[in-house]
Design a binder for this molecule. Structure first.
Ligand code: AMP
Ligand code: MG
Length: 488
């Protein structure tokens, strides 16, 4: 067996996990294997296509050098602190150092009960597993930091949800699985040695640039804050709603993690919530930056006591950094949004220009993704599609005039602008209604065709494919509002 697992988390962080074996599943079949990710990980693709892959990804027969563990964490869930969470249905098999020298976690999700399962069955259903595969691979293809999907195993077992569903297992790859909630777990118990050990490990693994700097834990915090500001700015500029931004679902590495009730907005309504469990809209699209900052405050609380000096002064330093979040976020967001409208630099007035466009989009409930592609088309002389997205055409024309003037000052040719815009504004995102169709075919009719087609489109999101227009438009206005369900 030639998968070179290593185990730095197990070796260095005793007390942060428990050993646990996967539960056996019946008739495992390899439904998906991510060829390019397999290649990046330096594993033999052909090997994984055979029995070795099925045995490992199902958990039925792990390679000898796996040391499966469930990690412990706590978390603020919808603002309430839960002191005891952890991998309730996931197992870390080990780490692989990929072709680029980067250490990656290989984790089974849905592999059965663990010491942290509480009342849950430790399992996952095929629909949500395929959904996570589609959305996480789409996010990666859109250039957003994210965990990846490596493999899907289908089984002959059933899991009890609102009705019986076919059971599946996802193999997920991430830079690490440490969460804000991992730090909170030990902070809540006053186990500061563990918080320090975790922080040192996280610094070594993710932010070695701050190692041994003066006040390295504050610098570590600044790095996490900055990567979250960037991540959430990236989400906002593609219309992504995470849906359950609890602190246990915020990764220290700055990757998007835990695709539960996530979804992309289609029509631009900033208060959009899709998640059935988010009854007060805490994790609505427009709230994500604010919630990111709130979650970071919870991390700050866990790190402050690592400092020996006067606590009040330390608190002030962390608060100052937290206050910086808004600026950081706004800068990243503005950088993304100016690129989306074809600008190569940011000058005074650009933020207003973008805000004005968003106001018009909101009033017209324009399709968030489509508008930016159609703006490029308008630059090429065809405004007909763009016009179809807006109700107030006079206001749109006025905005277009100001925009075109700004583009002239930008100094790039129209062709360059169009090309640049089309390389950052996707045509294809995993739209809810199309995703539902694909998952329904897979789960209820054992037909992976629509899933495969959608995966092809969303992993080449900028390239137009003939005959796929229906993947590039909002659900009809009279369609049922989309609702997503968590953790199923
Ligand atoms: P999530 O909302 O999916 O991030 O999960 C929150 C917590 O519930 C985590 O500790 C999960 O491991 C746990 N959990 C979610 N689904 C299950 C399940 N089916 N069985 C056991 N634990 C679960
Ligand atoms: Mg989670």
């Amino acid at each position: 067996m030639t998968v070179n697992f290593t185990h730095s988390f197990v070796n260095e962080l005793s007390g942060c996990y428990q050993h646990c074996e996967p539960e056996v599943c019946s008739s495992p079949q390899l439904l998906q294997l991510n060829k390019s990710l397999v290649h990046d990980l330096g594993i033999d693709y052909e090997l994984l296509l055979g029995d070795v892959g099925v045995s490992m990804f199902s958990g039925n027969a792990l390679p000898d050098n796996c040391k499966p563990i469930a990690q412990v964490y706590a978390g603020h869930q919808f603002g309430q602190f839960s002191s005891q969470l952890g991998d309730g249905r996931a197992l870390l098999l080990g780490e692989l150092v990929d072709r680029f020298g980067k250490r990656r976690d290989i984790q089974l999700k849905g592999s059965g009960r663990t010491p942290y399962s509480r009342g849950g069955d430790g399992k996952a259903a095929l629909g949500p597993v395929l959904r996570e595969y589609l959305v996480s691979e789409a996010m990666f293809s859109l250039g957003v930091k994210t965990t990846r999907a490596l493999a899907v195993i289908g089984t002959d077992d059933w899991v009890a949800r609102e009705e019986l569903k076919p059971r599946a297992i996802l193999t997920r790859v991430s830079s690490s699985h440490m969460r804000v909630g991992t730090f909170e777990f030990f902070a809540a118990r006053g186990e500061w040695d563990q918080v320090k050990k975790l922080s040192d490990y996280a610094i070594e693994r993710h932010f070695p640039n701050v190692r041994h700097s003066s006040d390295q834990y504050l610098n570590f915090f600044k790095e996490v804050l900055s990567s979250q500001a960037k991540l959430i700015a990236d989400w906002m500029s593609i219309g992504f709603i995470h849906g359950v931004m609890n602190t246990d679902n915020m990764a220290i590495s700055g990757e998007t993690i835990d695709y539960g009730p996530c979804a992309f907005i289609d029509r631009y309504v900033p208060s959009t919530v899709f998640s059935s469990i988010d009854q007060h809209g805490r994790y609505a699209y427009q709230n994500q930056p604010k919630i990111g900052q709130w979650n970071l405050a919870q991390l700050a609380k866990a790190l402050i006591p690592l400092h020996k000096e006067d606590q009040e002064a330390v608190v002030q330093r962390f608060v100052n950094e937290l206050d910086e979040f808004n600026n950081r976020y706004r800068d990243y967001w503005l950088e993304n949004m100016t690129k989306k409208i074809g600008l190569t630099s940011v000058v005074d007035g650009d933020a207003d220009l973008i805000d004005q466009l968003l106001v018009l989009m909101e009033r017209s409930k324009a399709d968030f993704t489509t508008v930016f592609r159609h703006l490029a088309l308008a630059l090429e002389g065809d405004k007909s599609q763009l016009i179809g997205q807006f109700s107030d055409l006079k206001a749109l024309e006025e905005w277009l005039m100001v925009w075109e003037k700004r583009l002239e000052a930008n100094g790039t040719s129209r062709e360059q602008c169009v090309q640049a815009m089309n390389s950052v504004n996707p045509i294809y995102i995993p739209r809810n209604h199309k995703m539902e169709e694909a998952l329904d075919a897979a789960v209820n009719h054992s037909d992976l065709g629509p899933f495969t087609k959608m995966l092809e489109l969303v992993t080449e999101p900028y390239d137009e494919q003939a005959g796929c227009d229906d993947y590039a438009i909002s659900a009809p206005l009279d369609a049922k509002p989309h609702v997503t369900f968590c953790g199923t």
